[in-house]
Design a protein around this ligand. Structure first.
Ligand code: FES
Length: 157
């Protein structure tokens, strides 16, 4: 696989850089763009971003490994994140997570064999008012129960 942003993506990144006093600050948006494009942040992607932003590879690796939102291995097309933190747990978020593990046959940060789903147990995502919540990729779903969770997943197959 060729690792390179398109001309359009490079231009977008250049524009992002102008918003910060230091071009270094564009690293997180660059990693996010890369994850959207390639699905995860592989060592090759890190090297590419390092060359592109003229930053040491160790710095890229440090940022990518610190933030859990950057996947360091391939995840599913639909990345299911179930919050089990206090507010969600009090409203059965932990039971939804256990159910998700069983339904998908995978554990935390694992993907189904066909690559359709991956699962992550997450900390509070700031949507406690709608607890229990589940996020799939970047979409949030609130006041979820096991039935609505099943419907949601079935609609994505
Ligand atoms: S505790 Fe789940 S979103 Fe805050």
């Amino acid at each position: 696989m060729d690792i390179a942003f398109s001309q359009e993506e490079i231009e977008k990144l250049e524009q992002i850089k102008t918003k910060y006093p230091e071009p270094k600050a564009a690293l997180m948006p660059a990693l996010w763009m890369a994850q959207k494009k390639w699905g995860w942040i592989s060592p090759e992607v890190m090297q590419y971003i390092s060359n592109l932003l003229n930053l040491p590879l160790a710095h890229i690796e440090g940022v990518a490994s610190f933030y859990t939102m950057y996947h360091k291995k391939p995840m599913g097309k639909h990345h299911v994140q179930v919050c089990t933190n206090v507010s969600c747990m009090l409203r059965n978020g932990d039971k939804i997570y256990e159910h998700a593990k069983e339904k998908l046959g995978i554990g935390h940060m694992e993907a189904t064999q066909d690559g359709t789903f991956s699962l992550e147990e997450v900390e509070c995502m700031g949507a406690c008012g709608g607890a229990p919540m589940v996020a799939i990729n970047e979409d949030f779903y609130e006041n979820i129960d096991i039935e609505s969770f099943d419907k949601l997943l079935d609609s994505l197959k």
